[in-house]
Design a protein around this ligand. Structure first.
Ligand SMILES: [Zn+2]
Length: 268
């Protein structure tokens, strides 16, 4: 009677662990940060205020596409207001105009953001789906490696000041039950400059970059993957599954990693 035991505990490649980095504000120090991340094979999501491009200390709009190639460009509003203190039509304008400006530079849909100042309220969160936003990062670090319960209130593991210690814990962790484990770091490139601790990027890069058992992902990729995971169609006895999504999806069957290619029906 009992069927096979399915567990959604794998990222692409069958890996149980993923690492993601989320940096705000698009300051000029992103140039150095991105170059360092590229050397180590780390990937990031960069939340940009399109209204500040070209200002003193900020990156220029003409360099956006090339600078962040291989990473993700994401919204952070046009002018960085406190959204919970803004009227709803202004919230909509700040987000949609930022998306529009960033999309024209990136050449792909921008459907994520981080909250300016990390602040929000239920009204703002409730508006996001109608503004085409699928995820929004907060600054409420929780120290853990869990996938977000609510991607519109996506709390990070830690600030980048703590990322080396967190990466060591992350790589050493063996959860009691197998599950998807995410190291999710947030911060600002200018803080490395202000604090004189750029070496943190190299240290975390040395820990994580060479690891082939870690999925280096952008936030949009994680959201898309989890959505596709939720679309898998299993037979009632779980002896086969259909994957209607455009992604190859991994999961475990009686503890073993299995994948279903896009569009495939797989016997388990
Ligand atoms: Zn910011």
């Amino acid at each position: 009677m009992a069927g096979k035991h399915i567990r959604f505990d794998r990222f692409p490649g069958g890996h149980a662990k993923a690492a993601a980095f989320s940096f705000d504000d698009g300051r000029e120090h992103d140039r150095r940060l991105v170059a360092m991340m590229n050397r180590h094979g780390l990937r990031g999501t960069f939340h940009l205020n399109s209204g500040f491009f070209g200002r003193d200390g900020y990156i220029r709009s003409e360099e956006v596409a090339e600078l962040y190639a291989g990473h993700e460009i994401s919204a952070h509003t046009v002018t960085h207001p406190f959204l919970e203190q803004s009227p709803s039509d202004q919230v909509a304008e700040e987000i949609l105009s930022d998306r529009r400006a960033l999309e024209s530079l990136a050449g792909y849909p921008v459907r994520g953001m981080s909250y300016p100042f990390g602040t929000y309220d239920d009204r703002v969160v409730g508006m996001l789906p109608s503004l085409g936003i699928e995820y929004a990062r907060t600054v409420k670090s929780h120290g853990g490696f869990v996938m977000p319960e609510d991607p519109l209130r996506w709390h990070p593991t830690c600030h980048h000041k703590e990322m080396v210690e967190a990466a060591e814990r992350f790589l050493g962790s063996k959860p009691r039950f197998s599950r998807m484990e995410l190291l999710f770091v947030w911060g600002h490139s200018y803080e490395f400059e202000n604090d004189g601790n750029w070496e943190l990027v190299d240290r975390v890069g040395e820990l994580l970059g060479a690891r082939e058992d870690v999925w280096h992902a952008t936030m949009a990729e994680i959201v898309a993957y989890r959505k596709a995971l939720g679309e898998l169609r299993f037979s009632v006895d779980r002896s086969f599954v259909h994957n209607p999504s455009s992604l190859t999806i991994w999961f475990s069957v009686d503890g073993d990693a299995v994948c279903a290619d896009s569009g495939a029906t797989v016997k388990l």
